[in-house]
Design a protein around this ligand. Structure first.
Ligand code: KG4
Ligand code: ZN
Length: 341
């Protein structure tokens, strides 16, 4: 049987990305144009600038991805596009481009939830990975634990009540005077610090809760730095980075392991930008080995925002016959649908 080739477009935040993936797993091309250099001088993503940059780039990124795959639109089975959650202006660019392509070429259109995309990144170039599993989604915008019961069946076990893990990393990095995005900078700085040097709070929330909260930790770091400044005490920034990181990772790992225990899952996927974190990777690897849980952390290029993951998620919509129509609109705070067939 002929392969199903999904052309996907992702523009929910500050990456303009397009990809072609065959049968949900085989990445034929995955082009990502990052806007980080543009936003760095503002210390974060500026929504209006993000939208404008997507408009300038999207055409070229889609053409390049088709070219790299050695394909034309004649070879494409369907167009998948992220329609939420994300920045509304940014989402609209990719969505309208995808809708126009699908309409002009009479191709099926598929609307993909950004988090469902991150969850599907575990399938990319990994023929053996399949539900059921627990997914820990840790990115700049989201922190969630999801029980992936089947390809199109999700149960949200827990989520952040305030800042996402990546957001906490970025905000703490900013207070330490590190450039945006700060996650990778803290990761690097922490290598030379003592994770036990400062006892920052761990927000476990009520007993058994799989929800997260990182804003208290962020404030604790800020207070620590302010009090040291007022007292004229010298601060070891590497110790602050390592102790902060230890507090984040400890909570993420403990709750992810509890989620596996509670659902009986023997597989754990860790996805989203913060899954690139070296301490998180190392701690989870050790914990999962102890508990005989198969751990899947996709390679970094599939962890941060990319269109290949949207194509992978789109493939399972395609298999379920779940298509969108031309009225599909961007939904900036779209909830993750728990189930569809
Ligand atoms: O998934 P992603 O690319 O975008 C969103 O959907 O938000 O995640 C970006 C986030 C940023 O907050 C960035 O600081 C964080 O991932 N990040 C990291 C690392 N690499 C990226 N955080 C901690 N350690 C890293 N090595
Ligand atoms: Zn993301």
């Amino acid at each position: 049987m002929d392969k199903v080739r999904i052309l996907a477009i992702e523009t929910s935040c500050d990456e303009t990305s397009a990809a072609v993936v065959a049968d949900g797993r085989q990445v034929l091309s995955n082009i990502i144009h990052s806007q980080i250099d543009i936003h760095r001088k503002y210390g974060g993503v500026v929504p209006e600038i993000a939208s404008r940059s997507h408009i300038v780039k999207v055409d070229d990124v889609v053409a390049t991805t088709l070219g790299e795959a050695g394909l034309t639109l004649d070879d494409i089975s369907a167009v998948a596009v992220t329609f939420g959650p994300g920045l509304v202006g940014a989402l609209l660019v990719g969505l309208n481009f995808g809708k126009a392509l699908a309409y002009a070429r009479n191709l099926p259109l598929i609307g993909v939830h950004h988090i469902a995309g991150h969850i599907a990144s575990g399938y990319l170039e990994n023929p053996d990975w399949q539900p059921p599993f627990v997914a820990l989604i840790v990115s700049g915008g989201h922190t969630q634990l999801v029980h992936v019961r089947d390809y199109n069946s999700f149960e949200i076990l827990g989520k952040s009540l305030d800042d996402a893990a990546g957001e906490a990393y970025d905000k703490v990095a900013r207070t330490l005077g590190l450039p945006y995005p700060g996650g990778v900078e803290i990761d690097r700085l922490a290598q030379n610090g003592n994770p036990e040097a400062i006892s920052f709070p761990r927000a476990w929330l009520e007993t058994g809760s799989l929800d997260f909260s990182f804003s208290g930790l962020k404030s604790a770091v800020l207070n620590y730095l302010n009090s040291a400044k007022q007292a004229g005490r010298e601060v070891d920034f590497a110790d602050v980075a390592a102790s902060f990181q230890q507090a984040v990772v400890e909570v993420l790992v403990k709750k992810a392991m509890t989620a596996c225990e509670r659902t009986g899952a023997t597989r754990l996927a860790v996805v989203g930008g913060v899954a690139c974190n070296s301490h998180l990777r190392a701690t989870l690897t050790a914990e999962c080995e102890k508990s005989s849980i198969a751990l899947n952390i996709p390679k970094p290029i599939f962890c941060t925002d990319n269109a290949a993951m949207i194509a992978a998620a789109g493939y399972y919509h395609y298999c379920a016959g779940r298509f969108a129509d031309i009225n599909l609109n961007a939904v900036p705070s779209l909830p993750l649908a728990q189930q569809f067939t």
